[in-house]
Write a protein that binds this ligand. Structure first.
Ligand SMILES: Nc1ncnc2c1ncn2[C@@H]1O[C@H](COP(=O)(O)OP(=O)(O)O)[C@@H](O)[C@H]1O
Length: 290
């Protein structure tokens, strides 16, 4: 983990970096740059490529906006005792701060565009470092990163991802779910006011998802994300299809991609997800210990 944040930080700053990490950074700058060179892999090998059995889980969650990556990644992180790190949350924390990046980020995020690889890697590496130093964290479930093939290549250059879960849902449902999303301005919890009840048609299955309603004390404090308007959501979906679907192919090619079509809301999807991840026993143990 230390190696992950060291190299990611080095890749972002280009400062007191290893030569390998500096080369990763150079590859960020050019559209047609080659993948991180062998030296980067070698440095990662020396510093961080511990066998999976000797370290905690290192998973990635992929999926379009609104699919529920945050919901399932955070449930799994609690079950497995590893941090859930959502780059969208890191961006929103930065937006809420008075830091120098806030104004620049607001313009990009509110149009539904992607933040630059350098900024996002910088935010991620700071988060990894803080988690490791303050909480002794090890392992991670990444949500919202990598979102471009370049980000995936950089991550690949510094550490071994064990598995990539690709959550999938039909596009009309994704839009409804994004528009129904709300956050409690006080406790920060996520809710969804949308009641999804669509018939099966054109080969697509019927799908029902009950709303995830807030308790009474959150009801009056609900906030809608500025990028959850219909226009911006459609733009984000388009950007996901253009920029992030190639990331699915990247991991599919490595044999790490687990495709998961959400069958419905949390009550139907969670047990099925645990089943395909072979984690049913883990949940039983945890419930028994509670
Ligand atoms: N890995 C990333 N690369 C670039 N931009 C990112 C990344 N992660 C988050 N962002 C920025 O933060 C915004 C919100 O991210 P997120 O909460 O993950 O949204 P979504 O609901 O679309 O999955 C994105 O639209 C983008 O501007």
């Amino acid at each position: 983990m230390a190696a992950v944040q060291r190299l990611l930080r080095a890749a972002a700053s280009g400062g007191a970096a290893t030569a390998a990490a500096r080369r990763c950074m150079t590859s960020l700058a050019s559209e047609h740059a080659p993948p991180p060179p062998a030296a980067a892999a070698a440095a990662g090998e020396r510093l961080s490529r511990r066998p999976a059995a000797e370290r905690n889980v290192q998973w990635v969650f992929l999926g379009s906006p609104g699919v529920g990556k945050g919901t399932y990644a955070s449930r799994l992180s609690r079950l497995l005792g590893v941090p859930h790190i959502a780059t969208g949350d890191l961006v929103r924390d930065e937006l809420a701060s008075t830091g120098p990046l806030a104004a620049q980020l607001a313009e990009i995020v509110n149009q539904g565009k992607l933040v630059s690889d350098e900024i996002i890697i910088n935010l991620l590496s700071k988060r990894l470092k803080k988690g490791e130093e303050d909480q002794g964290e090890s392992g991670f479930i990444l949500d919202g990163f990598p979102r471009t093939v370049k980000q995936a290549e950089i991550l690949d250059g510094v550490t071994d991802i064990d598995m990539v879960v690709n959550l999938k849902l039909r596009e009309d449902v994704l839009i409804e779910k994004c528009l129904g999303r709300r956050i409690c301005g006080q406790c920060g919890k996520n809710f969804n006011l949308a009641c999804i009840d669509v018939k099966g048609e054109n080969g697509l299955p019927a799908i029902y998802m009950a709303p995830l309603l807030p308790p009474n004390n959150c009801m009056s404090k609900l906030i809608t994300r500025a990028d959850d308007t219909e226009e911006v959501v459609k733009n984000r979906l388009q950007i996901y299809n253009d920029m992030s679907q190639p990331v699915e192919d990247f991991y599919r090619g490595q044999g790490k991609l687990l495709e998961f079509d959400l069958p419905g809301g949390i009550p139907e999807s969670w047990p099925k997800l645990l089943h395909v991840l072979n984690l049913e026993d883990q949940e039983e143990l945890k419930l028994a210990a509670a």
